[in-house]
Design a binder for this molecule. Structure first.
Ligand code: NAP
Length: 482
Protein backbone atom coordinates (compact mmCIF):
# COMPACT_ATOMS: atom_id res chain seq x y z
CA UNK A 1 0.00 0.00 0.00
CA UNK A 2 1.51 3.33 -1.05
CA UNK A 3 1.45 6.41 1.17
CA UNK A 4 1.18 9.34 -1.22
CA UNK A 5 0.08 12.03 1.25
CA UNK A 6 3.39 12.76 2.87
CA UNK A 7 3.23 14.99 5.91
CA UNK A 8 6.76 14.66 7.30
CA UNK A 9 10.38 15.17 6.37
CA UNK A 10 13.15 12.76 7.37
CA UNK A 11 15.65 14.59 9.57
CA UNK A 12 18.07 13.20 12.16
CA UNK A 13 16.71 9.67 11.81
CA UNK A 14 13.06 10.71 12.47
CA UNK A 15 10.02 11.51 10.35
CA UNK A 16 9.33 15.05 11.59
CA UNK A 17 6.76 17.75 10.85
CA UNK A 18 8.11 20.49 8.58
CA UNK A 19 8.59 24.06 9.80
CA UNK A 20 5.79 25.39 7.57
CA UNK A 21 2.33 24.20 6.61
CA UNK A 22 2.53 24.51 2.82
CA UNK A 23 2.44 21.41 0.65
CA UNK A 24 3.31 20.61 -2.95
CA UNK A 25 0.81 18.61 -5.00
CA UNK A 26 2.02 15.70 -7.10
CA UNK A 27 0.15 15.25 -10.38
CA UNK A 28 -0.20 12.08 -12.45
CA UNK A 29 0.68 13.34 -15.96
CA UNK A 30 -1.38 10.60 -17.64
CA UNK A 31 -4.63 11.61 -15.93
CA UNK A 32 -3.83 15.23 -14.96
CA UNK A 33 -5.13 14.46 -11.45
CA UNK A 34 -3.57 15.09 -8.06
CA UNK A 35 -2.30 11.81 -6.60
CA UNK A 36 -0.57 13.05 -3.49
CA UNK A 37 1.48 15.75 -1.86
CA UNK A 38 4.74 16.36 -0.04
CA UNK A 39 5.76 19.05 2.45
CA UNK A 40 7.00 22.33 1.00
CA UNK A 41 10.05 22.55 3.26
CA UNK A 42 11.54 25.76 4.61
CA UNK A 43 15.04 27.16 5.07
CA UNK A 44 14.85 26.24 8.77
CA UNK A 45 14.13 22.60 7.80
CA UNK A 46 17.31 22.68 5.73
CA UNK A 47 19.23 24.16 8.66
CA UNK A 48 17.97 21.38 10.96
CA UNK A 49 18.90 18.71 8.40
CA UNK A 50 22.39 20.17 7.83
CA UNK A 51 22.95 20.35 11.60
CA UNK A 52 21.91 16.68 11.94
CA UNK A 53 24.23 15.73 9.08
CA UNK A 54 27.09 17.65 10.68
CA UNK A 55 26.55 15.81 13.98
CA UNK A 56 26.55 12.51 12.10
CA UNK A 57 29.83 13.26 10.32
CA UNK A 58 32.71 11.18 11.59
CA UNK A 59 35.83 11.75 9.49
CA UNK A 60 37.40 8.64 11.04
CA UNK A 61 34.52 6.30 10.15
CA UNK A 62 35.84 2.82 9.32
CA UNK A 63 35.52 1.25 5.91
CA UNK A 64 33.84 -1.77 7.51
CA UNK A 65 31.10 0.49 8.91
CA UNK A 66 30.53 2.10 5.50
CA UNK A 67 30.32 -1.28 3.80
CA UNK A 68 27.78 -2.40 6.37
CA UNK A 69 25.62 0.73 5.91
CA UNK A 70 25.74 0.43 2.14
CA UNK A 71 24.83 -3.25 2.18
CA UNK A 72 21.86 -2.61 4.48
CA UNK A 73 20.54 0.19 2.29
CA UNK A 74 20.90 -1.87 -0.90
CA UNK A 75 19.02 -4.81 0.66
CA UNK A 76 16.20 -2.57 1.90
CA UNK A 77 16.01 -0.73 -1.43
CA UNK A 78 15.90 -3.91 -3.47
CA UNK A 79 12.83 -5.13 -1.56
CA UNK A 80 11.03 -1.89 -2.38
CA UNK A 81 11.82 -1.77 -6.10
CA UNK A 82 8.47 -3.15 -7.36
CA UNK A 83 6.59 -0.52 -5.28
CA UNK A 84 8.96 2.23 -6.34
CA UNK A 85 8.53 1.25 -10.01
CA UNK A 86 4.74 1.54 -9.66
CA UNK A 87 5.08 4.96 -8.07
CA UNK A 88 7.41 6.14 -10.84
CA UNK A 89 4.76 5.14 -13.38
CA UNK A 90 2.14 7.11 -11.44
CA UNK A 91 4.07 10.30 -10.75
CA UNK A 92 6.19 10.47 -13.91
CA UNK A 93 4.07 8.62 -16.47
CA UNK A 94 6.98 6.27 -17.21
CA UNK A 95 5.64 3.19 -19.06
CA UNK A 96 5.72 0.08 -16.85
CA UNK A 97 8.44 -1.56 -18.94
CA UNK A 98 10.62 1.52 -18.40
CA UNK A 99 9.73 1.85 -14.71
CA UNK A 100 10.41 -1.82 -14.00
CA UNK A 101 13.47 -1.77 -16.24
CA UNK A 102 15.84 1.16 -16.59
CA UNK A 103 14.16 3.31 -13.91
CA UNK A 104 14.76 0.76 -11.12
CA UNK A 105 17.22 -1.86 -12.39
CA UNK A 106 19.92 0.65 -13.39
CA UNK A 107 19.89 2.25 -9.90
CA UNK A 108 20.28 -1.21 -8.39
CA UNK A 109 23.25 -1.94 -10.67
CA UNK A 110 24.71 1.47 -9.84
CA UNK A 111 24.28 0.87 -6.10
CA UNK A 112 25.98 -2.52 -6.35
CA UNK A 113 28.74 -0.89 -8.38
CA UNK A 114 29.51 1.41 -5.44
CA UNK A 115 29.62 -1.60 -3.10
CA UNK A 116 32.17 -3.20 -5.46
CA UNK A 117 34.26 -0.02 -5.58
CA UNK A 118 34.33 0.07 -1.79
CA UNK A 119 35.60 -3.52 -1.65
CA UNK A 120 38.81 -2.71 -3.51
CA UNK A 121 39.40 1.03 -3.07
CA UNK A 122 42.81 1.96 -1.57
CA UNK A 123 42.23 4.78 0.91
CA UNK A 124 45.93 5.17 1.64
CA UNK A 125 48.85 5.40 -0.75
CA UNK A 126 52.60 6.05 -0.38
CA UNK A 127 54.14 8.58 -2.81
CA UNK A 128 57.86 8.83 -2.01
CA UNK A 129 57.98 10.12 1.57
CA UNK A 130 54.29 11.05 1.69
CA UNK A 131 51.35 9.10 2.97
CA UNK A 132 48.28 10.15 0.97
CA UNK A 133 44.95 9.75 2.75
CA UNK A 134 41.55 9.79 1.07
CA UNK A 135 39.03 11.02 3.65
CA UNK A 136 35.26 11.58 3.56
CA UNK A 137 34.59 15.02 2.07
CA UNK A 138 32.03 16.10 4.67
CA UNK A 139 28.36 17.08 4.62
CA UNK A 140 26.78 16.69 1.18
CA UNK A 141 23.79 18.61 -0.21
CA UNK A 142 22.22 16.56 -3.00
CA UNK A 143 19.70 18.20 -5.36
CA UNK A 144 18.09 15.97 -7.98
CA UNK A 145 15.78 16.24 -11.04
CA UNK A 146 12.64 14.26 -11.86
CA UNK A 147 13.47 12.33 -15.02
CA UNK A 148 14.94 9.22 -13.35
CA UNK A 149 13.93 9.98 -9.77
CA UNK A 150 15.39 6.87 -8.12
CA UNK A 151 18.56 6.74 -10.21
CA UNK A 152 19.41 10.39 -9.61
CA UNK A 153 19.20 9.94 -5.85
CA UNK A 154 21.06 6.61 -5.82
CA UNK A 155 23.91 8.11 -7.91
CA UNK A 156 24.50 10.65 -5.10
CA UNK A 157 23.31 9.19 -1.79
CA UNK A 158 24.91 5.74 -2.19
CA UNK A 159 28.45 6.96 -2.96
CA UNK A 160 28.07 9.50 -0.15
CA UNK A 161 27.28 6.66 2.29
CA UNK A 162 30.16 4.64 0.85
CA UNK A 163 32.51 7.58 1.34
CA UNK A 164 31.28 8.31 4.88
CA UNK A 165 29.55 11.58 3.99
CA UNK A 166 26.17 12.42 5.59
CA UNK A 167 23.65 13.76 3.08
CA UNK A 168 20.80 16.24 2.93
CA UNK A 169 18.66 15.41 -0.10
CA UNK A 170 16.14 17.52 -1.99
CA UNK A 171 14.31 15.62 -4.74
CA UNK A 172 12.44 17.31 -7.57
CA UNK A 173 8.88 18.43 -6.88
CA UNK A 174 7.66 16.69 -10.02
CA UNK A 175 8.47 13.16 -8.85
CA UNK A 176 9.17 13.10 -5.11
CA UNK A 177 6.93 10.19 -4.03
CA UNK A 178 9.28 7.44 -5.22
CA UNK A 179 12.10 9.16 -3.34
CA UNK A 180 10.05 9.13 -0.12
CA UNK A 181 9.66 5.37 -0.62
CA UNK A 182 13.42 5.02 -1.04
CA UNK A 183 14.02 7.00 2.15
CA UNK A 184 11.59 4.70 3.98
CA UNK A 185 13.91 1.88 2.90
CA UNK A 186 16.89 3.87 4.19
CA UNK A 187 15.02 4.30 7.48
CA UNK A 188 14.39 0.54 7.61
CA UNK A 189 18.09 -0.06 7.02
CA UNK A 190 18.67 1.56 10.43
CA UNK A 191 21.50 3.96 9.66
CA UNK A 192 22.62 6.23 12.51
CA UNK A 193 20.56 9.45 12.81
CA UNK A 194 21.55 12.24 10.44
CA UNK A 195 23.42 10.07 7.91
CA UNK A 196 20.63 10.56 5.35
CA UNK A 197 18.13 13.44 5.58
CA UNK A 198 15.25 14.29 3.23
CA UNK A 199 13.85 17.80 2.82
CA UNK A 200 11.28 18.18 0.06
CA UNK A 201 10.36 21.65 -1.14
CA UNK A 202 10.96 24.20 -3.83
CA UNK A 203 14.30 24.70 -5.52
CA UNK A 204 14.06 28.42 -4.90
CA UNK A 205 13.80 28.04 -1.10
CA UNK A 206 15.08 24.59 -0.08
CA UNK A 207 17.52 24.14 -2.98
CA UNK A 208 19.03 27.61 -2.62
CA UNK A 209 19.43 27.29 1.16
CA UNK A 210 21.23 23.97 0.62
CA UNK A 211 23.53 25.44 -2.02
CA UNK A 212 24.47 28.50 0.03
CA UNK A 213 24.66 26.77 3.42
CA UNK A 214 28.00 27.54 5.09
CA UNK A 215 28.05 24.16 6.85
CA UNK A 216 27.71 22.13 3.64
CA UNK A 217 31.03 20.86 2.24
CA UNK A 218 29.92 19.57 -1.17
CA UNK A 219 26.89 20.37 -3.32
CA UNK A 220 26.07 17.61 -5.77
CA UNK A 221 23.50 18.87 -8.27
CA UNK A 222 21.81 17.28 -11.27
CA UNK A 223 19.47 19.34 -13.39
CA UNK A 224 19.38 22.06 -15.99
CA UNK A 225 22.41 24.15 -16.92
CA UNK A 226 20.62 27.36 -15.89
CA UNK A 227 19.89 26.13 -12.36
CA UNK A 228 23.34 24.52 -12.11
CA UNK A 229 24.91 27.91 -12.77
CA UNK A 230 22.81 29.44 -9.96
CA UNK A 231 23.74 26.62 -7.56
CA UNK A 232 27.44 27.12 -8.34
CA UNK A 233 27.14 30.88 -7.76
CA UNK A 234 25.56 30.33 -4.35
CA UNK A 235 28.05 27.65 -3.33
CA UNK A 236 30.95 29.89 -4.37
CA UNK A 237 30.05 32.35 -1.58
CA UNK A 238 31.20 29.75 0.95
CA UNK A 239 33.89 28.30 -1.38
CA UNK A 240 31.95 25.03 -1.34
CA UNK A 241 32.82 22.33 -3.84
CA UNK A 242 30.18 21.67 -6.51
CA UNK A 243 29.63 18.65 -8.71
CA UNK A 244 27.25 19.47 -11.56
CA UNK A 245 25.48 17.05 -13.91
CA UNK A 246 23.67 19.25 -16.42
CA UNK A 247 21.95 19.20 -19.78
CA UNK A 248 22.95 17.71 -23.10
CA UNK A 249 22.34 17.80 -26.88
CA UNK A 250 24.23 14.66 -27.75
CA UNK A 251 25.08 13.58 -31.28
CA UNK A 252 24.60 10.11 -32.71
CA UNK A 253 27.18 10.20 -35.51
CA UNK A 254 26.64 7.61 -38.23
CA UNK A 255 29.82 7.52 -40.32
CA UNK A 256 29.75 6.54 -43.95
CA UNK A 257 30.58 2.86 -43.42
CA UNK A 258 28.49 2.40 -40.25
CA UNK A 259 25.65 -0.12 -40.05
CA UNK A 260 22.85 2.30 -40.91
CA UNK A 261 19.90 0.05 -40.07
CA UNK A 262 21.22 -0.78 -36.59
CA UNK A 263 22.42 2.76 -35.94
CA UNK A 264 18.97 4.15 -36.77
CA UNK A 265 17.08 1.53 -34.74
CA UNK A 266 19.27 1.99 -31.65
CA UNK A 267 19.48 5.75 -32.16
CA UNK A 268 15.72 6.30 -32.38
CA UNK A 269 15.23 4.12 -29.30
CA UNK A 270 17.83 6.13 -27.42
CA UNK A 271 16.29 9.48 -28.38
CA UNK A 272 12.80 8.37 -27.32
CA UNK A 273 13.80 6.49 -24.14
CA UNK A 274 11.77 7.66 -21.13
CA UNK A 275 9.67 9.77 -23.52
CA UNK A 276 12.79 11.70 -24.51
CA UNK A 277 13.38 12.87 -20.95
CA UNK A 278 16.95 11.61 -20.66
CA UNK A 279 19.88 13.96 -20.21
CA UNK A 280 22.19 11.64 -22.15
CA UNK A 281 19.72 11.11 -25.04
CA UNK A 282 21.18 11.25 -28.57
CA UNK A 283 18.82 13.97 -29.73
CA UNK A 284 20.77 14.81 -32.90
CA UNK A 285 21.28 12.12 -35.52
CA UNK A 286 24.09 12.98 -37.96
CA UNK A 287 23.79 11.15 -41.27
CA UNK A 288 26.11 11.25 -44.33
CA UNK A 289 24.55 13.12 -47.26
CA UNK A 290 24.94 10.14 -49.58
CA UNK A 291 22.80 7.94 -47.30
CA UNK A 292 20.38 10.63 -46.13
CA UNK A 293 17.28 9.52 -48.07
CA UNK A 294 17.74 5.90 -47.06
CA UNK A 295 18.27 6.95 -43.43
CA UNK A 296 15.13 9.09 -43.32
CA UNK A 297 13.02 6.15 -44.50
CA UNK A 298 14.44 3.94 -41.78
CA UNK A 299 14.03 6.65 -39.13
CA UNK A 300 10.38 7.27 -40.00
CA UNK A 301 9.59 3.55 -39.91
CA UNK A 302 11.39 3.13 -36.58
CA UNK A 303 9.67 6.16 -35.01
CA UNK A 304 6.23 4.94 -36.14
CA UNK A 305 6.70 1.83 -34.00
CA UNK A 306 6.81 3.88 -30.77
CA UNK A 307 3.32 3.32 -29.38
CA UNK A 308 2.08 6.19 -27.24
CA UNK A 309 -0.41 5.45 -24.51
CA UNK A 310 -1.41 4.65 -20.96
CA UNK A 311 1.83 4.06 -19.06
CA UNK A 312 0.26 1.10 -17.23
CA UNK A 313 -0.42 -0.67 -20.55
CA UNK A 314 2.52 -3.07 -21.11
CA UNK A 315 2.41 -2.32 -24.85
CA UNK A 316 3.11 1.39 -24.31
CA UNK A 317 6.57 2.59 -25.27
CA UNK A 318 6.02 6.33 -24.80
CA UNK A 319 4.05 7.82 -21.93
CA UNK A 320 3.12 11.44 -21.32
CA UNK A 321 5.56 14.24 -20.65
CA UNK A 322 6.15 14.50 -16.92
CA UNK A 323 4.27 17.74 -16.26
CA UNK A 324 2.08 20.43 -17.79
CA UNK A 325 5.04 22.80 -18.00
CA UNK A 326 7.26 20.20 -19.67
CA UNK A 327 4.43 19.45 -22.11
CA UNK A 328 4.16 23.14 -23.02
CA UNK A 329 7.94 23.42 -23.37
CA UNK A 330 8.18 20.46 -25.74
CA UNK A 331 5.29 21.64 -27.90
CA UNK A 332 6.86 25.10 -28.07
CA UNK A 333 10.11 23.62 -29.38
CA UNK A 334 8.22 21.65 -32.05
CA UNK A 335 6.26 24.71 -33.22
CA UNK A 336 9.38 26.90 -33.41
CA UNK A 337 11.36 24.19 -35.25
CA UNK A 338 8.65 24.17 -37.94
CA UNK A 339 8.84 27.97 -38.17
CA UNK A 340 12.65 27.75 -38.39
CA UNK A 341 12.32 25.64 -41.55
CA UNK A 342 12.99 22.13 -40.25
CA UNK A 343 10.99 19.48 -42.14
CA UNK A 344 8.54 17.48 -40.01
CA UNK A 345 8.88 13.77 -40.85
CA UNK A 346 6.54 12.33 -38.23
CA UNK A 347 4.75 13.56 -35.09
CA UNK A 348 4.08 17.22 -34.35
CA UNK A 349 2.85 19.59 -31.66
CA UNK A 350 -0.83 18.62 -31.69
CA UNK A 351 -2.37 17.33 -28.47
CA UNK A 352 -2.87 13.65 -29.28
CA UNK A 353 -5.10 12.64 -26.36
CA UNK A 354 -7.88 14.53 -24.60
CA UNK A 355 -6.40 13.84 -21.18
CA UNK A 356 -2.73 13.58 -20.30
CA UNK A 357 0.39 15.44 -21.37
CA UNK A 358 1.05 13.28 -24.42
CA UNK A 359 3.42 14.38 -27.17
CA UNK A 360 3.72 12.28 -30.32
CA UNK A 361 7.21 10.94 -31.04
CA UNK A 362 8.51 13.56 -33.42
CA UNK A 363 11.27 13.58 -36.02
CA UNK A 364 12.55 16.61 -37.90
CA UNK A 365 14.77 16.36 -41.00
CA UNK A 366 16.96 19.08 -42.57
CA UNK A 367 17.60 20.61 -39.15
CA UNK A 368 20.02 23.54 -39.28
CA UNK A 369 22.72 22.65 -36.73
CA UNK A 370 22.76 26.27 -35.57
CA UNK A 371 18.97 26.56 -35.14
CA UNK A 372 17.27 26.30 -31.76
CA UNK A 373 16.41 22.62 -32.33
CA UNK A 374 19.99 21.93 -33.35
CA UNK A 375 21.38 23.60 -30.24
CA UNK A 376 18.94 23.42 -27.32
CA UNK A 377 17.85 20.54 -25.11
CA UNK A 378 14.12 19.78 -25.60
CA UNK A 379 13.65 17.01 -23.01
CA UNK A 380 10.85 15.37 -24.97
CA UNK A 381 10.54 12.76 -27.76
CA UNK A 382 11.92 15.01 -30.49
CA UNK A 383 14.75 13.87 -32.78
CA UNK A 384 16.68 16.25 -35.03
CA UNK A 385 18.20 14.65 -38.14
CA UNK A 386 21.12 16.56 -39.66
CA UNK A 387 22.92 15.67 -42.90
CA UNK A 388 26.70 16.20 -43.15
CA UNK A 389 29.19 16.35 -46.06
CA UNK A 390 32.29 14.58 -44.78
CA UNK A 391 33.89 13.46 -41.53
CA UNK A 392 35.26 16.91 -40.65
CA UNK A 393 31.81 18.39 -41.18
CA UNK A 394 30.32 15.68 -38.92
CA UNK A 395 32.87 16.47 -36.23
CA UNK A 396 32.22 20.20 -36.49
CA UNK A 397 28.47 19.65 -36.07
CA UNK A 398 28.90 17.09 -33.26
CA UNK A 399 31.11 19.52 -31.33
CA UNK A 400 29.09 22.58 -32.31
CA UNK A 401 26.87 22.99 -29.25
CA UNK A 402 27.46 24.33 -25.76
CA UNK A 403 26.99 20.81 -24.36
CA UNK A 404 29.09 17.65 -24.22
CA UNK A 405 27.43 14.91 -22.20
CA UNK A 406 27.06 11.81 -24.30
CA UNK A 407 26.80 10.51 -27.87
CA UNK A 408 27.47 7.62 -30.21
CA UNK A 409 29.65 6.77 -33.20
CA UNK A 410 28.94 4.10 -35.81
CA UNK A 411 31.72 3.16 -38.23
CA UNK A 412 32.71 0.20 -40.40
CA UNK A 413 35.19 -0.90 -37.74
CA UNK A 414 36.00 -0.11 -34.13
CA UNK A 415 39.37 1.52 -34.89
CA UNK A 416 37.69 4.14 -37.04
CA UNK A 417 34.96 4.70 -34.44
CA UNK A 418 37.58 5.15 -31.69
CA UNK A 419 39.62 7.55 -33.85
CA UNK A 420 36.54 9.72 -34.43
CA UNK A 421 35.44 9.46 -30.77
CA UNK A 422 38.81 10.80 -29.60
CA UNK A 423 37.98 14.09 -31.33
CA UNK A 424 34.46 14.49 -29.89
CA UNK A 425 34.17 16.85 -26.91
CA UNK A 426 31.85 14.80 -24.75
CA UNK A 427 31.97 12.78 -21.55
CA UNK A 428 30.67 9.45 -22.80
CA UNK A 429 30.25 7.78 -26.20
CA UNK A 430 28.84 4.39 -27.25
CA UNK A 431 30.76 2.93 -30.19
CA UNK A 432 29.10 0.57 -32.70
CA UNK A 433 26.35 -0.27 -30.21
CA UNK A 434 28.56 -0.55 -27.11
CA UNK A 435 26.29 -1.07 -24.13
CA UNK A 436 25.69 0.99 -21.01
CA UNK A 437 28.15 0.44 -18.18
CA UNK A 438 27.03 1.52 -14.69
CA UNK A 439 30.66 1.56 -13.54
CA UNK A 440 31.94 3.88 -16.29
CA UNK A 441 32.49 7.53 -15.28
CA UNK A 442 29.59 9.68 -16.42
CA UNK A 443 29.59 13.46 -16.72
CA UNK A 444 29.89 16.43 -18.97
CA UNK A 445 32.38 18.41 -21.00
CA UNK A 446 31.67 22.11 -21.53
CA UNK A 447 28.27 23.30 -20.20
CA UNK A 448 27.13 19.75 -19.44
CA UNK A 449 28.78 19.86 -16.07
CA UNK A 450 31.68 19.62 -13.68
CA UNK A 451 32.84 16.32 -12.19
CA UNK A 452 31.84 12.72 -12.73
CA UNK A 453 29.24 10.33 -11.33
CA UNK A 454 29.17 6.52 -11.09
CA UNK A 455 31.81 3.93 -10.40
CA UNK A 456 35.21 4.75 -8.98
CA UNK A 457 35.34 8.29 -10.43
CA UNK A 458 31.89 9.08 -9.02
CA UNK A 459 32.92 7.73 -5.63
CA UNK A 460 36.09 9.83 -5.58
CA UNK A 461 34.03 13.04 -5.89
CA UNK A 462 33.03 12.41 -2.26
CA UNK A 463 36.60 12.12 -0.97
CA UNK A 464 39.01 14.75 0.26
CA UNK A 465 42.78 14.29 -0.11
CA UNK A 466 45.35 14.77 2.66
CA UNK A 467 49.13 14.39 2.29
CA UNK A 468 51.28 13.50 5.30
CA UNK A 469 54.99 14.03 4.72
CA UNK A 470 56.97 11.45 6.66
CA UNK A 471 60.53 11.99 7.89
CA UNK A 472 63.25 10.63 5.60
CA UNK A 473 66.95 9.98 6.28
CA UNK A 474 69.04 13.20 5.78
CA UNK A 475 70.88 11.70 2.78
CA UNK A 476 67.63 11.22 0.88
CA UNK A 477 66.35 14.76 1.50
CA UNK A 478 65.53 17.08 -1.41
CA UNK A 479 65.36 20.78 -0.62
CA UNK A 480 62.74 22.71 -2.49
CA UNK A 481 62.77 26.53 -2.47
CA UNK A 482 59.53 28.32 -3.10
P1 NAP B 1 15.95 21.76 -12.90
O1 NAP B 1 14.78 22.59 -13.15
O2 NAP B 1 17.30 22.35 -13.07
O3 NAP B 1 15.78 21.20 -11.40
C1 NAP B 1 16.68 20.29 -10.84
C2 NAP B 1 16.56 20.37 -9.32
O4 NAP B 1 17.01 21.66 -8.90
C3 NAP B 1 15.14 20.22 -8.80
O5 NAP B 1 15.17 19.54 -7.57
C4 NAP B 1 14.74 21.66 -8.60
O6 NAP B 1 13.71 21.85 -7.66
C5 NAP B 1 16.02 22.27 -8.11
N1 NAP B 1 16.09 23.72 -8.26
C6 NAP B 1 15.34 24.52 -9.07
N2 NAP B 1 15.71 25.82 -8.91
C7 NAP B 1 16.71 25.84 -7.99
C8 NAP B 1 17.51 26.86 -7.42
N3 NAP B 1 17.34 28.15 -7.75
N4 NAP B 1 18.44 26.51 -6.51
C9 NAP B 1 18.64 25.22 -6.16
N5 NAP B 1 17.90 24.20 -6.66
C10 NAP B 1 16.96 24.50 -7.58
O7 NAP B 1 15.95 20.44 -13.80
P2 NAP B 1 14.75 19.41 -14.04
O8 NAP B 1 13.72 20.09 -14.88
O9 NAP B 1 14.31 18.82 -12.74
O10 NAP B 1 15.49 18.28 -14.87
C11 NAP B 1 15.75 18.38 -16.22
C12 NAP B 1 17.16 18.86 -16.49
O11 NAP B 1 18.08 18.05 -15.79
C13 NAP B 1 17.55 18.75 -17.93
O12 NAP B 1 18.28 19.88 -18.32
C14 NAP B 1 18.46 17.54 -17.96
O13 NAP B 1 19.39 17.49 -19.00
C15 NAP B 1 19.13 17.66 -16.66
N6 NAP B 1 19.63 16.34 -16.26
C16 NAP B 1 20.98 16.12 -16.28
C17 NAP B 1 21.46 14.88 -15.95
C18 NAP B 1 22.93 14.56 -15.94
O14 NAP B 1 23.30 13.57 -15.33
N7 NAP B 1 23.76 15.33 -16.58
C19 NAP B 1 20.58 13.88 -15.60
C20 NAP B 1 19.22 14.15 -15.61
C21 NAP B 1 18.76 15.40 -15.93
P3 NAP B 1 12.15 21.99 -8.10
O15 NAP B 1 11.59 20.68 -7.79
O16 NAP B 1 11.62 23.08 -7.26
O17 NAP B 1 12.11 22.33 -9.55
Amino acid sequence: MHEYDRKNLFIDGQWVAPGGTDTIEVIDPATETVIGSVPDGTASDVDAAVAAARRAFDPLITVAERRDRLARVITAMEKRLPDIAETITRELGAPVRIAQGVQTQVPLAVARGFADVLETFEFEERVDNSLILREPYGVVAAITPWNYPLYQVVAKVLPAIAAGCPVVLKPSNEAPLSVFELIEAVDEAGLPPGVVNLVSGSGRVVGERMAEHPDVDLVSFTGSTAVGRRVAELAAQSVTKVALELGGKSANVILDGGDLATAVKVGVGNAFLNSGQTCMAWTRMLVPENRYAEALGLIEAAAARYTVGDPFDPATRIGPSASASQFATVRGFIERAQRDGARLVIGGAEKIRDVGYYVAPTVFADVDPDSELGQEEVFGPVLAVIPYRDEDDALRIANGTAYGLSGAVWAENLDRAVAFARRVQTGQLDLNGGSYNPLAPFGGYKKSGIGRELGRAGFEEFLQTKSLQLPVPPTARVTVFR
